[in-house]
Write a protein that binds this ligand. Structure first.
Ligand code: SAH
Length: 357
């Protein structure tokens, strides 16, 4: 006789119990647990979900990314490359890019890094030939990767450091932890952190200042950049973010296209943080690769020819012309300046399109 599995307690209860037993947990641990549950239990994308991403707005996004890859691959001498995508969502970006690349003669094997079983199934519908990985560590060693990541790094856990008054050995900086009172989660200042982990110009920030660091993001970037620096390859990252170091509390929760309290209902909101592009670029350079940009999404898509692509699509489907131009405006408007693109290449590879002076 097989026994029915014991249903798992809701994530909020499990986190509350863990905090009761072991004490308040770092923001990074809370964010990692919340997002793992969130992405494993739903498809968050689109008008009926919690947020909409660039590839879900328009096929033009994936097609232009595909052209960027095909152009770089061509000028690099047409080596055997693999398409590697981090957090591919529904697989829409890959499907659009692969279609565009095939027109240039580039038909690479596909590797997806994706933890959510639910989204893996959605990806398999659009890109059935893909091979899936839980982390970048299991990507084969013998491939030259062209890595693409849209809205991936913002979902990786961040640590938050908060400054209280000066005057102790830590200079007043503490790790922010998540405590639990009854059923309410709330951030508190925890253990002091040694002041030397902080960038020098920020050490004397006013009380209440928050500094975010994402060791998980740096780890992923360093690992991929090491591969690229070794045998060749490239990477294109899109996300919302800033050129750090900067002091800001950017941890945010989104549900049903509206902002929510990031400490409420863990696992039911999308948690994200703005990406520090300066730190990502430094991680790539530290691993021996060349970093380009960041440039704004608007500048990059403009240089890659979004206007002529939109006109061509509108001409071939006049009944959809208005919608196509509206999608173009959405990718190039507020989103176009909030989002940035960072490229990484092997030192002997050519300059990627859209990242010139
Ligand atoms: N790139 C897609 C989806 C963005 S949402 C798009 O632009 O539409 C974030 C994606 O990253 C989802 O596919 C999510 O399941 C995945 N993801 C989040 N955290 C992850 C992690 N730690 N490891 C692997 N994938 C992760």
């Amino acid at each position: 006789m097989t026994e029915a599995p014991i249903p798992e307690a809701p994530l909020a209860d499990r986190l509350a119990r863990a905090i009761t037993l072991a004490g308040p947990m770092p923001v990074s641990q809370f964010m990692a647990a919340a997002n793992a549950h969130y992405y494993a239990t739903r498809d968050p994308l689109g008008t009926t979900g919690d947020f909409t991403t660039a590839p879900e707005i328009s096929q033009m996004f994936g097609e232009l990314v595909g052209l960027w890859c095909a152009d770089l691959w061509d000028r690099a001498g047409r080596p055997d490359v693999a398409w590697v995508e981090l957090g591919p969502g529904r697989g829409t970006l890959a499907a659009d890019a692969l279609r565009a690349m095939a027109k240039s003669g580039l038909t690479p094997p596909v590797h997806f890094v994706e933890t959510s079983p639910l989204l893996r199934a959605a990806q398999a519908e659009r890109v059935p030939q893909a091979t899936w990985h839980d982390t970048v560590d299991t990507l084969p060693d013998d491939i030259l990767p062209i890595v693409v990541a849209n809205e991936f790094f913002d979902a990786l856990p961040i640590r938050q450091l908060i400054r209280r008054g000066a005057g102790d050995a830590s200079g007043g900086w503490h790790e922010r932890l998540v405590a639990c009172q009854d059923t309410l989660f709330l951030p508190i200042a925890g253990k002091p952190v040694p002041v030397d982990v902080l960038p020098e110009p920020l050490r004397d920030a006013p009380a209440g200042s928050v500094l975010e660091i994402s060791p998980a993001s740096v780890g992923v970037m360093a690992s991929l950049a090491r591969r690229i620096a070794g045998k060749g390859g490239a990477m294109l990252v899109f996300d919302y973010g800033y050129e750090g170091p900067a002091l800001a509390d950017t941890l945010q929760a989104v549900r049903g296209h509206a902002f929510a309290n990031p400490f409420d209902a863990p696992g039911d909101n999308d948690l994200s943080a703005h990406v520090d592009f300066t730190t990502l670029a430094a991680a790539a350079q530290g691993a021996g690769a060349v970093a380009w940009g960041p440039v704004t999404q608007r500048d990059l898509l403009g240089q890659l020819g979004i206007d002529s692509r939109a006109s061509a699509l509108a001409r071939s489907a006049p009944d959809k012309a208005e919608a196509i131009l509206a999608d173009r405006a959405r990718l190039m408007g507020d989103m176009g300046t909030l989002f940035r693109a960072l490229a990484v290449t092997h030192r002997d590879w050519p300059m990627p399109a859209g990242f010139g002076a």
